[in-house]
Write a protein that binds this ligand. Structure first.
Ligand SMILES: [Zn+2]
Length: 185
């Protein structure tokens, strides 16, 4: 459920996820700066908002950090240091997304490599190795999904034919649109 709250004069939108099994409240700020609040179902909105108020400084700082990070140009302002810093996060993201999205295809692949490349988001080799740019961790989720599915489908179709795009659209119906969006970044 989408909600809004005023924090130190800033109108902050957040997604409230009520979870029957959650014991405590949890806050998450994702790479786009969007705030998600997970709360036990029995808590009630008054308690939830009190908790958010208490964490206002953290939330605002985190949102600023995430937004600044996104504002940096994805390809040109990243250094070897960024690569070292984010490589393992990228690997974890790629591995879990591959597992999730390959439920649709059940393709077999060998190694997963996380690389620091200047121009490419990913590639798929004839030896069935999948390579991804570490910058994938800075992308919004729908773009991550698209990139993962794109390379997965090259395991079957080593081209950009109509058959390839049809395969991609099984898991990402608006793949052409996301592809264009990604090119403009
Ligand atoms: Zn491709």
């Amino acid at each position: 459920m989408k909600r809004e709250i005023m924090l130190e004069g800033n109108k902050i939108e957040y997604t409230l996820r009520e979870n029957a099994r959650a014991k405590n409240m949890r806050l998450m700020v994702c790479c786009e700066g969007a705030l998600t609040v997970v709360a036990p179902r029995w808590l009630g909105i008054g308690n939830i908002e009190n908790f958010i108020f208490k964490k206002a400084a953290w939330i605002l700082r985190k949102k600023r950090e995430m937004e600044n990070m996104r504002k940096e140009s994805l390809f040109f302002q990243k250094t070897e240091k960024d690569y070292v810093e984010h490589k393992e996060d990228a690997r974890k993201l790629v591995e879990s997304k591959l597992k999730e999205l390959n439920e649709v295809y059940h393709f077999e692949y060998n190694k997963i490599c996380i690389r620091n490349q200047q121009t490419r988001w990913g590639s798929c080799s004839s030896k069935k190795n999948l390579n991804f740019n570490f910058r994938i961790v800075f992308l919004p989720e729908h773009m991550v999904n698209y990139l993962i599915v794109h390379e997965l489908c090259h395991l079957k179709e080593m081209n950009h034919s109509r058959r390839f795009w049809k395969l991609v659209s099984l898991a990402v119906p608006d793949c052409k649109k996301v592809s264009r969006e990604l090119k403009s970044m």
